[in-house]
Ligand binder design. Structure first.
Ligand SMILES: Cc1ncc(COP(=O)(O)O)c(C=O)c1O
Length: 377
């Protein structure tokens, strides 16, 4: 079972000293990603200017993300964060007659913050129970008046994986567009935007996609992108940015029109290498591997008396496991002293393995959690 991690562990030097289980927040830095960051840095240091190379690298990163999600490169915009991607979408949808936007109770809070900051939409929230949203709730909450349905692919809190194809079918039947926040899935759950019927999707680089902060990608289905006119704009979103003509305004074709200004090139160098590595290994293999780790961790944590939140089946929770802990931040600090990196959120400790992790690492961290909790009693 440990084949994938044994094959690739040596690419992650931090694993010699640390147990890294925080892919839901920041994955371990791979050597090729580290070298790419240095390449950008050194090219500035040694040649003074690297604009053309950086633009080329941006296109390569765009292509790799397109491959990752089964899209065409012209359907991908490069942006600084998933929040920026949602802001861009919100700025582009305001022209039509429909005003209703629905998002879920399990969305990452940024989605709600962004929609609440808009003036021109009628918002409603699709309820969840136990951190999951049953399909009936989508049936009940999406109506013919719904302009956009906004959902996470995987719940950032408990790892619950949604059935996007079914949600897309419900949204389509009611005439709603569908936006998927794939930040907690891209890189370990296979995504095929065409097959799933997704209209728009965003994911950032620093979690399971092996990159660093500063890069996110926004997919917009080509035919849809051509109809949208984002008010969040900039010279990178123009047809001919290189014309430097302030009297000309013409959106770039496809999703590129959602771009604004100069991207974080150094982050894009990292994103490109991370994505290349994922595409080389194959997300389907990674998915199978992590799902097995997750199933093991769930079973072992439960046996040791820990309370695991969210779904019990690894089909519905193929990645992180989320362990209830009222003092999660304090626990994470304590684990950090033992060189264990995991990601707390509110009242849970999230253990988020990637393809470089092993079953032994999960056993070790779960045992440490049991010890910490025992000392508190
Ligand atoms: C599911 C999900 N969406 C969005 C975000 C926020 O992304 P960004 O900081 O790129 O806006 C996060 C961050 O943790 C997340 O987990």
């Amino acid at each position: 079972m440990e084949g994938l991690s044994q094959q690739y562990r040596s690419l992650f030097p931090v694993l010699h000293t640390h147990t890294m289980l925080a892919s839901c927040s920041q994955s371990a830095l791979a050597l090729p990603v580290s070298r790419a960051i240095k390449e950008y840095h050194d090219s500035l240091l040694q040649t003074g200017a690297n604009w053309n190379e950086a633009i080329k690298k941006t296109e390569s990163a765009r292509n790799e993300f397109a491959v990752l999600i089964g899209a065409e490169p012209e359907e991908i915009a490069v942006l600084p964060s998933v929040s920026d991607a949602i802001v861009s979408i919100a700025s582009a949808l305001q022209d039509g007659k429909k005003k209703k936007v629905v998002y879920t109770e399990i969305d990452f809070p940024a989605a709600a913050h962004i929609w609440k900051a808009q003036r021109d939409y009628d918002l409603s929230v699709i309820p969840s129970s136990d951190g999951m949203v049953p399909l009936e709730n989508y049936e009940a909450c999406i109506s013919e008046e719904t302009l956009l349905t906004c959902v996470p692919h995987v719940n950032y809190y408990n790892g619950f994986l949604q059935d996007i194809k079914q949600i897309a079918a419900i949204a389509r039947e009611k005439g709603s567009l569908l936006f998927v926040d794939a930040y907690q899935s891209a890189g370990h759950v296979p995504i095929d935007v065409k097959e799933s019927g997704i209209d728009m999707l965003a994911a950032g680089s620093r979690k399971y996609m092996l990159g660093i902060p500063g890069t996110a990608f926004l997919y917009v289905r080509k035919e849809l992108a051509e109809q949208l006119r984002p008010k969040a704009s900039g010279w990178f979103g123009q047809q001919s940015a290189a014309a430097f003509d302030l009297n000309r305004f013409s959106y770039a074709s496809g999703a590129k029109r959602f771009e604004t200004g100069t991207p974080s090139f150094i982050s894009l160098y990292a994103a490109h290498e991370g994505l290349s590595l994922l595409n080389e290994i194959g997300v389907s293999r990674i998915h199978v591997y992590i799902k097995e780790l997750s199933a093991y961790a769930f079973q072992y944590a439960s046996e040791r008396g820990l309370r695991v939140m969210g779904p019990t089946s690894s089909d519905q929770r193929p990645g992180m496991i989320s362990i209830y802990d009222e003092r999660a931040s304090e626990t994470a600090e304590r684990l950090k002293k033992q060189k264990i990196v995991c990601a707390p959120r509110n009242n849970v400790i999230r253990l988020a393995p990637h393809f470089y992790n092993t079953k032994d690492e999960l056993t070790y961290v779960i045992d440490e959690l049991v010890n910490i909790f025992a000392c508190r009693q």
